[in-house]
Design a protein around this ligand. Structure first.
Ligand SMILES: Nc1ncnc2c1ncn2[C@@H]1O[C@H](COP(=O)(O)OP(=O)(O)OP(=O)(O)O)[C@@H](O)[C@H]1O
Ligand SMILES: [Mg+2]
Length: 226
């Protein structure tokens, strides 16, 4: 059945095997996300936030349950199909920025475009446009270790947006930044959400970051509690 939801998570459970122990990271979680939402996943450490984002981002697969992105079921797809879906529809922002250290800011942002068929001029124009959007144009030739944490995260945001995905997933995007820099990053994400209609789902346990969300889903011990 077709729905208006951008993301639809249905009764998803995730069990990790840890030696002989089993860890139930998510228990029958259901969640529907509309296009254009600015959604926070909140909850204490170990509650399952990263697990849920990794499942939505098709980085990992659920033990049971189903997930669809734009009405496309993800659980039965081959690794190749999933890689393609990720490249076209999903952008990622990580707590530790995860930029490639040997590439410049410009090249890091350009990287996801290399698998799409754009000519070089168009590609370079697009990269400049996104570096400008996140406010780090003047650092285009810097490598990540020549940038501050906040600047690195801005480059990472440009990289997440460059292929114009339907959805951006951010796992604790402000956790490694001081409060003021973190607030600037959230402001930037929120502005892009408002201006471009890009859907954001981000995890956090920072109460001040939660306040900036359009909607908050709270996880506790692998279950949605609110
Ligand atoms: N690869 C793994 N193998 C075994 N257990 C795991 C694995 N990844 C996560 N877990 C367990 O699953 C549970 C949920 O972990 P998850 O990383 O999703 O929590 P989180 O809410 O993101 O926590 P944090 O706020 O600390 O990042 C935890 O009990 C964790 O120990
Ligand atoms: Mg986590």
């Amino acid at each position: 059945m077709l729905s208006d939801f951008l993301v639809s998570v249905k009764k998803v459970s995730k069990e990790y095997a840890f030696g002989k122990q089993k860890v139930q990271a998510l228990r029958e979680v259901s969640l529907a996300v509309l296009g254009g939402e600015f959604l926070a996943i909140a909850g204490p450490s170990g509650s399952g936030k990263s697990t849920l984002l990794n499942l939505i981002g098709c980085i990992d697969t659920p033990t049971t349950g189903s997930i669809s992105i734009e009405n496309q079921e993800t659980v039965n797809q081959t690794p190749d199909q999933l890689a393609d879906l990720r490249a076209r529809k999903i952008g990622f922002i990580f707590q530790t920025f995860n930029l490639l250290p040997v590439l410049s800011a410009f090249e890091n942002v350009e990287y996801p475009l290399l698998r799409l068929k754009l000519d070089k001029t168009e590609r370079h124009q697009r990269v400049s446009q996104y570096l400008e959007l996140v406010g780090v144009n003047e650092f285009a030739t810097h490598r990540p270790n020549q940038l501050s944490g906040g600047q690195r995260q801005r480059v990472a945001i440009a990289r997440a947006l460059i292929a114009q995905p339907s959805i951006v997933l951010a796992d604790e995007p402000t956790a490694n930044l001081d409060h003021r820099t973190g607030e600037g990053i959230l402001d930037l994400m929120s502005r892009i959400n408002r201006d471009n209609g890009t859907t954001f789902i981000f995890s956090t346990h920072d109460a001040r970051v939660i306040e900036m969300a359009g909607r908050v889903v709270r996880l506790s011990d692998g279950e949605i509690v609110q």
